[in-house]
Design a protein around this ligand. Sequence first.
Ligand SMILES: Nc1ncnc2c1ncn2[C@@H]1O[C@H](COP(=O)(O)OP(=O)(O)O)[C@@H](O)[C@H]1O
Ligand SMILES: [Mg+2]
Length: 301
Amino acid sequence: MAIEFRDVTKYFGKKRVLENVSFTVEKGEVVGYVGLNGAGKTTTIRIGVGVLRPSSGDVLVEGYSVVREKRRASMHIGWVPEYPIFEQDFKALDYFVYLAGYYGISGGEARRLGRRLLEEVGLGDALDKKLAEYSQGMKKRFALAVSMINEPENYFFDEVLNGLDPQGIAFFRDLVLRLKRKGCAILFSSHILSEVENLADRVVFIHRGRIVAVHTMDEIKGMAKPALRIKVGRIDEGLMETLKSLGEPERKGRIIVLRNPSRSPDEILRILVEKGYPVEAMAPVEPSLEEVFFRIIGERR
Ligand SMILES: Nc1ncnc2c1ncn2[C@@H]1O[C@H](COP(=O)(O)OP(=O)(O)O)[C@@H](O)[C@H]1O
Ligand SMILES: [Mg+2]
């Protein structure tokens, strides 16, 4: 496997922020790393790329320990931090060339590579712009280009979709699929499950520093149950009993949400009206991934 987190635990002072985090990302696999703000995603990724040391445990990238063989591991890692920080005074291409120097690429070769990668991320028109004039989305794109300097096979993207416009999101999706086809391993974090929906093969859920579930995207979609919103003029025991025979009713004030209905909406309407209940409105609820997310981490919104 390409990336392997092994029992990673991290303390900040006395506070335990990660507890025995273990999971893998295979070659050619895209894994979403999903959890609420503060769950520990950024800390995990910073440990994974070797800029932060775990209190215990290890991460292997291409079999190299990021703790004991950091330099070797780094050669195989591309990283886009949550908040990329660059020298604002540089022009984009010049700064790229400067950064390429760290990877032993210099001069004309570095400029050629910079042109190609910056064009690839859609910054071809902004090569000579100062980074200070770059928008948030452009900075993300720049960071993506930088993460590809050494053509690594393993990528860590931290909340990379955050702050991107729809065009930027579409672009990121294409890029990830291209890397995936090349056999790269990609881990990308998000605090929004639906954000990883069209991209992740698997999702690792982290909650309060612990991995609470790992599911394929197909499994997750299967967990998003269909539901009906029903507004009835009179709600009583009898109605709830009837609805329990037709699905999983949950009362929300004057509305009832019926999950996993066993009959069609037409049939449910007929049954309720026949029993004398004044049905005022009935409409399907789009199955929500966020609802699944909160169910998985076991918390209410
Ligand atoms: N350098 C640090 N020192 C102390 N606490 C930190 C530090 N970095 C992160 N934390 C804490 O660790 C927890 C996890 O943070 P983080 O990994 O950034 O979560 P996420 O990326 O999922 O939002 C939070 O409670 C955060 O406040
Ligand atoms: Mg974070």
